[in-house]
Design a protein around this ligand. Structure first.
Ligand code: HEM
Length: 407
């Protein structure tokens, strides 16, 4: 670290650390420096201390998530060209009415009503592999279950589910120079096309599903704009499909590597609530989000200027020893646990209730029916980089076969 014009300056490239271990180590290297400037990616601030990350998330007036370039994502630091994420890339006042639509649809009560569907799809996933004693947990279970719950609730036909979920999952799981990634990008365009068709169909003929609730929503007393509804559906699919899978993949591998934690969860199911929060703190699926500074301001002792880009780190905040005693250790019954894995402030994740329910049902079904699963370590595949979304793309597994439960 050295003092410079934009002091303090660090040599930190968030995209350079390709594995979980390397990415965690890079963030640990910033621990003495909760707010710093890095010259990488055009130069940007890096906020990694818990209090500073929470404050920046909450201060949307200073740290805006609105787009400044219509083609380029504002919430990643890499300059990715992504469709507009609604409501994430809106600031108030535009943000309010659109967020209200989702807040009602994903309330704790509404999410609880989806628990039986989460349980059902988790059973189907386990049934797929339980007779054989072998499987690949990401492809067979972890990845299809959150997708099925979200896409069934929205009202997309089952034929769309694998295409949609692969589009989001493969975009996160494959390096950008691979054919799989290019296929995922093409599939993303196809998802947008299907979203457009289904939103139009629900406006013409409403049904009892999430798509209708969004397509026919009112915003400030007038029908929601068609492109706003489409963007909201697209973001809900993205939020619902990949992040919960990433969390479950981390938890499955953790419980393989830490048999004591697995034994405790099997013996004391009440531990699932604190354990879920601890998985979120230690393995946050959304590891960073970017913002743009709207005014000249001194923040964390640093001189920020209007237009500066800022990277907020959910993962580094979760490992801040000032906020969490024994921060580098996974403590299954940690309490309190005020992690920032769902963000904070106005954009805090509205899908958090559903995410916790789907995670709990998926993991509960796995541990109950395949308690002795062993991950085949040499065949494990990590996501290609942990800069924004982190998880595992393949978790081959062996276990004692058991009976299928059937429909
Ligand atoms: C473990 C699972 C999940 C994690 C870790 C997660 C994480 C996050 C985080 C950190 C944010 C804040 C982003 C920011 O401030 O820029 C966010 C926002 C959002 N999430 Fe999630 N999410 C999860 C699951 C879901 C699910 C299941 C859905 C929907 C079905 C969802 C939909 C959204 C939406 C729409 C936003 C934008 C909210 C706004 O801008 O007001 N997420 N999520």
């Amino acid at each position: 670290m050295r003092d410079a014009g934009r002091a303090p300056e660090v040599d930190f490239d968030v995209l350079a650390h390709r594995t979980l271990a390397a990415n965690d180590a890079a963030w640990a290297g910033l621990r003495d420096c909760p707010v710093a400037w890095t010259p990488h990616h055009g130069g940007h601030w890096v906020i990694s201390g818990y209090e500073a990350v929470a404050e920046a998330f909450r201060d949307w007036e200073t740290f805006s998530s609105a787009r400044t370039d219509p083609a380029v994502s504002s919430i990643t630091i890499s300059g990715a060209r992504l469709p507009l994420l609604v409501p994430e890339e809106l600031d108030p006042p535009e943000w309010h009415p659109v967020r209200r639509v989702l807040a009602a649809l994903l309330s704790p009560q509404a999410a609880e009503r989806l628990r039986p569907r989460a349980r059902h799809w988790a059973r189907v996933g386990i049934d797929r592999i339980i007779g054989s004693g072998r499987g690949e947990l990401v492809g067979d279970l972890i990845f299809p279950v959150p997708a099925a719950v979200t896409l069934e609730w929205l009202g997309f036909p089952e034929a769309d589910w694998p295409v949609f979920s692969h589009a989001f999952h493969d975009a996160a799981a494959y390096p950008h120079d691979t054919p799989e990634y290019r296929a995922a990008a093409a599939a993303g365009a196809a998802v947008l096309g299907r979203v457009t068709e289904e939103v139009a169909a629900r406006v013409a003929e409403p049904r009892d599903d999430g798509l209708t609730a969004i397509a026919c929503a009112e915003v400030d007393g007038t029908p929601i704009a068609r492109e706003m509804a489409e963007a909201l559906v697209f973001m809900t699919i993205g939020g619902g499909v990949d992040t919960t899978s990433a969390l479950a993949s981390a938890a499955v591998l953790h419980l393989h590597r830490h048999p004591d934690d697995r034994a405790r969860l099997l013996a004391e199911p009440d531990l699932w609530d604190p354990a879920t929060e601890e998985f979120l703190r230690v393995y946050p699926p959304a590891r960073t989000h970017a913002r743009t500074v709207t005014r000249d301001v001194e923040f964390g002792g640093c001189p920020m200027r209007a237009g500066d880009r800022v990277l907020l780190s959910e993962v580094a905040a979760g490992r801040d020893p000032e906020a969490f005693p024994d921060a580098d250790r996974f403590v299954i019954d940690r309490f309190p646990n005020r992690h920032l894995a769902f963000g904070a402030g106005i954009h805090r994740c509205p899908g958090s209730h559903l995410a916790r329910i789907v995670f709990r049902e998926l993991m509960g079904e796995l541990l109950e029916r395949i308690p002795d699963y062993r991950i085949v370590e040499p065949e494990v595949v990590e996501y290609p980089n942990w800069s924004m979304i982190g998880g595992w793309a393949a978790l081959p597994v062996a276990f004692t076969p058991g009976p299928r439960l059937g429909p």
